[in-house]
Design a protein around this ligand. Structure first.
Ligand SMILES: Nc1ncnc2c1ncn2[C@@H]1O[C@H](COP(=O)(O)OP(=O)(O)OP(=O)(O)O)[C@@H](O)[C@H]1O
Ligand SMILES: [Zn+2]
Length: 399
């Protein structure tokens, strides 16, 4: 049948199986055979294979991106499973990158999937990113967000970044053409006030944002290879849903002259990032002021708490978690006083024991209460209710 049928536009680069697999998206005029080949010839690095990274990886693998890197040093935990949809119960304890690779390779055996079972750091990231066309930030902490952006700027790689918390999400494409980098938008790190593990996250919300990252990845791969010729306009996408789902996009400014990473007077060179860890860290993370240089407080262990409950049942026990968490599980001796209400408690005396989920919020509460009640003896429980479950009562639920 040679030379009789022409089904590859002269480029014999898709197999018959691939025609069948990608047919439904190839028939879109914005994609066609050239678009599918562009996806196949693209490589994407996904950093963080959690709530965002799982759906992002799933859709770009299914769509035929040729090479996909998965970078994450974490292992699958039970509390990941409600939202990190590539991992399953039988994979608890397994590396997230390896777990995701197993799923994705079965989804699309054509994909070339590489895993990096480590955390992105100033020491490894320059090397890893160099091999990819597009980078996805699917992590959950400020230090890593700055690091990924700075390394992308150094290599000139576009970055698709998203985040999600409770009922809200955000997405932005950084460092593409004249678009800004993450530092142009957020020049200074801020003290982190909350996180998914503190405030909660709903699977479909983070899944929506990860899916949007996959969509922007496909669009960007087409754009970079000249299939989509529309001009690129930098934007930030905001999603909010509780009563009504709301989408909003805002056009953003291009690169900032004053930016320490991408401006003309940039100071964040590769050698600075790689070899000045403490100076670099101060440019990526802000320690909350209230936690700095504070006097130590009195703390007790969960086992000491068990004795105290037995010996002094009438003393004051305060649980400073939010009411919804208190409602999930609690110790009956403890009265629920959320942190926001602690500021008005100025009538305490005697011994007061404070607890929270993991022993962080309780320390702030003790400091505040001690100032308001100088006559009282106030202390908290190391590791909070998590420590209680580990050391005293293994039946006490962890969440
Ligand atoms: N420096 C880093 N390099 C690679 N992956 C990272 C880095 N920092 C964070 N991550 C990964 O990003 C993912 C973020 O996932 P997600 O926000 O869903 O929460 P989690 O960290 O898995 O769980 P939780 O916040 O409940 O403890 C995690 O898998 C985490 O290991
Ligand atoms: Zn910049």
């Amino acid at each position: 049948m040679e030379n009789i049928s022409n089904y590859n536009d002269g480029q014999a680069t898709l197999t018959g199986e691939e025609y069948a697999r990608y047919g439904r998206q190839m028939i879109m005029p914005e994609i066609g055979l050239p678009g599918q080949l562009a996806l196949k010839n693209s490589s994407v690095l996904i950093i963080g294979v959690g709530g965002l990274g799982c759906p992002a990886a799933q859709y770009i693998t299914a769509a035929g991106i040729g090479t996909i890197g998965l970078l994450d040093g974490d292992v699958v935990d039970k509390n990941n499973l409600h939202r990190q949809v590539l991992h399953s119960t039988s994979k608890e304890g397994m590396s997230k990158a390896e777990s995701a690779k197993q799923y994705l390779q079965d989804l699309n055996p054509n994909a070339n999937i590489l895993t990096y079972v480590e955390y992105a750091s100033p020491q490894n990231l320059f090397e890893i990113i160099s091999a990819y066309d597009i980078v996805l930030d699917c992590t959950d902490n400020q230090f890593t967000r700055y690091l990924i952006s700075d390394v992308c700027v150094w290599h000139g790689k576009p970055l698709i970044s998203a985040s999600a918390l409770q009922f809200e999400g955000q997405l932005c494409v950084y460092n593409y053409r004249n678009g800004p980098c993450y530092r142009c938008m957020f020049p200074n790190p801020t003290p982190v006030v909350t996180s998914c593990s503190k405030s909660g996250i709903l699977g479909p919300v983070v899944g929506t944002m990860g899916t949007m990252q996959a969509l922007e990845t496909i669009k960007l791969a087409l754009h970079m290879k000249g299939i989509n010729k529309e001009p690129f306009v930098p934007f930030i996408l905001l999603f909010h849903t509780f009563r009504f789902p709301q989408w909003k996009h805002i056009r953003i400014r291009s690169r900032q002259q004053s930016c320490a990473a991408c401006g003309p007077h940039k100071m964040l060179t590769r050698s600075f990032i790689e070899s000045s860890p403490s100076e670099y860290a101060t440019l990526c993370d802000a320690v909350p002021k209230t936690e700095k240089n504070l006097n130590p407080i009195k703390r007790i262990t969960p086992r000491e708490l068990a004795n105290l409950i037995r010996e002094s049942p009438s003393m004051t026990f305060l649980d400073v978690r939010e009411p919804v968490q208190y409602g999930i599980c609690n110790l009956p001796s403890f009265k629920n006083v959320p942190l926001s209400e602690v500021y008005s408690m100025n009538d305490l005396s005697g011994k007061v024991c404070v607890i929270c989920r993991s022993g962080n919020t309780s320390q702030s509460a003790v400091r505040t209460l001690q100032e308001l009640n100088p006559g009282a003896e106030i202390f908290d429980v190391i590791s909070g209710l998590q420590g209680w479950s580990k050391d005293v009562d293994p039946q006490f639920p962890l969440y």
